[in-house]
Design a protein around this ligand. Sequence first.
Ligand code: F6P
Length: 318
Amino acid sequence: MNKIGILTSGGDAPGMNAAIRSIVKSGINSHIKVIGIENGFEGLIDGQFIELNSSSIKNIIQRGGTILKSARSKRFLEKSYRKKAMDHLFNNEINGLIVLGGNGTFKGASIFTKEFDFPIIGIPCTIDNDLYGTDFSIGYDTAINTAVDAIDKIRDTAESHNRLFFIEVMGRDSGMIALTSGIAGGAEEIMIPETFFNIKQLVGKLKDLKNRDNSSIIVVVAEGDEEGGAFKISEQVKKDLPDFDIRTTTLGHIQRGGKPTCMDRVLACQLGSAAVEALLEGKRNLMVGVVNQKIKLTDFSLSIVRKRKINSELLKFL
Ligand code: F6P
């Protein structure tokens, strides 16, 4: 293997740039060329290739987003476009690929690697931290710290006005961000898709809290909660608790941006280097992760089908 490609796909995650840097550095050390593919699988289909070298990765370790840009590619779901992508790799003499992303990215990579017998290694990058096969995904630590900072700020104003706030955090299918940022932000309740807590139970708890003289109350809601997002839940609660002064905030994409934390940068360095090593050892169809502080390789088929479990024990700290 003397030339590898690298792309970032799906929702961006802070630390992707640090991982790109780590891959390029490892490539240079192992005397292999690293080609950046822009716009994820879309750029692979269209042959948007750029050579990455030591000057391309200067001063990117601290930058959020991805210098390679990202996309969610619908075209890559079609075989004819995957064939086009393979032709570009062949014509550019690229003999291995590293893909940075989440579940959707690995699904695409898994189909491609089997279809064309092409070596691909995945690096888990998603603020949702919902991938099986790694304790942490790149971007998660930054996102939860952003969310906690926002919850703390909202607490100040909630306390001043004796208000109940619903705060929605990201996590389409996962309550990881809500659970950890909610615990760290001292939330009075957390609503996540992994546990069932209905509106009636919530209203009962909110009444109890008010009776116990809680001046401010914060409920952190994962966007994927089965009762709906924060706005839907707050509208229902308003009907049952007309005397409560209620406000609702969605944190949204601020959770995806910003400087990666120290933890995310170090994780990105480890996983970028491990991915290059895995390709050079002839491995394929695997995601690199960190489990109990050790590098672990997990087959794409498992990381796609299984889901990382939340630690619901944490809910007892509410
Ligand atoms: O997968 C990461 C994530 O941030 C989810 O938490 C969220 O639901 C989704 O991406 C939002 O995606 P988009 O930026 O495409 O709207």
